[in-house]
Design a protein around this ligand. Structure first.
Ligand code: SER
Length: 318
């Protein structure tokens, strides 16, 4: 069997850091090349700097490291993207085109493209959103991901590129603080609670969004990438769900650990973005095609987040 050699772009983002570690555990450290525009620690080897728009460098890395698989995570998220729409389009869409072109040219075994609930818009059914629905995203991030989904589907049909994709809900993790996303409040709130601070929430109390704990997101990603290709009916982004909650419900769940924890709601421009997405997701295609099943509900997620962040802040105080 051919040796698996994985390249991750945007490896220092919220998903990338945890995914890289999981893939290293699974396939060995040398099998996973992490790339990003910034290095965060010296124990990241093998690491290479990579600006996703530098296609010459990208091609060199794929050749030099005999890459067989790419997890293409580099992107600008929904809220951050609104400060520079053209740059976001360029990075999110042209970055993906380079990856798909290389996948075709080098006959890579597999490519992973992260899509998102941000592909949905005001014309999409809000509850239990089915797989195939009208998509009219309002953010440039959502537009780039919707277009990216279509390109993935196209490269699969046209060139037989084995590209696989998930529409992630908001991801909740303790390993890093995400930046530039509309669902980031659901991570920030834990840091405030554990540090004993009041949290100023940028979404309204009753804004319900689909969410997922990081372990489910990473396991789902790897399970999709390991699934038998013949079982995968969808190449443009499987709906994926685990839980849905509002800031008010999350606050109440955290308050069982911190009864004096305080929150105030000061919605900003991200409120409109959140309202353009949907509240809950029907992921029956993922369940049917590759046996997707989440493990973490709201209470399990809150428990592990608080446990891990308490450890983190205790260690950093020593
Ligand atoms: N978590 C992302 C964001 O908020 C959605 O994909 O932008």
């Amino acid at each position: 069997m051919k040796t698996r050699r994985i390249l991750i772009t945007g490896a220092n983002g919220q998903l990338g850091r945890v995914l890289a570690e999981e893939l290293r555990q699974k396939y060995g450290r040398d099998a996973v090349l992490v790339t990003d525009i910034q290095k965060i620690s010296d124990d990241q080897a093998p690491f290479e700097f990579l600006d996703i728009l530098n296609t010459v460098r990208l091609k060199e890395l794929v050749g030099d490291y005999h890459i067989t698989e790419i997890y293409h995570l580099a992107a600008i998220l929904s809220a951050g993207g609104e400060f520079n729409p053209l740059k976001t389009w360029n990075i999110n869409l042209n970055g993906l085109i380079s990856i798909l072109e290389l996948a075709n040219e080098f006959s890579l075994d597999r490519v992973f493209f992260p899509s998102t609930i941000a592909v949905f818009g005001k014309t999409t059914p809000r509850m239990n959103t089915p797989q195939d629905v009208p998509l009219l995203p309002t953010t440039v991030y959502g537009i780039s991901k919707t277009s990216g989904e279509l390109l993935c589907n196209y490269y699969h049909k046209r060139y037989n590129v084995d590209v696989r994709s998930l529409r992630y809900p908001g991801i909740i993790s303790y390993q890093s603080i995400p930046a530039g996303g509309t669902t980031d409040y659901a991570v920030e709130i834990f840091h405030a609670a554990v540090k004993g601070e009041k949290y100023v929430c940028f979404l309204k109390e009753d804004t319900r969004l689909p969410m997922m704990y990081i372990d489910d997101a990473i396991r789902g990603t790897i399970e999709l990438m390991e699934a038998d290709a013949s079982k995968l009916g969808i190449r443009y982004g499987y709906n994926l769900a685990a839980m849905s909650f509002t800031p008010g419900e999350l606050y109440e769940a955290i308050r069982t650990y911190y009864p004096n924890f305080e929150i105030v709601y000061e919605p900003d421009f991200r409120q409109q973005i959140a309202e353009s997405w949907t509240e809950s997701i029907d992921d029956s295609e993922a369940r049917k095609d590759w046996s997707w099943q989440e493990k973490f509900d709201l209470n399990a997620m809150v428990e592990v987040m608080i446990t891990e962040l308490r450890k983190y802040y205790q260690n950093s105080a020593q």
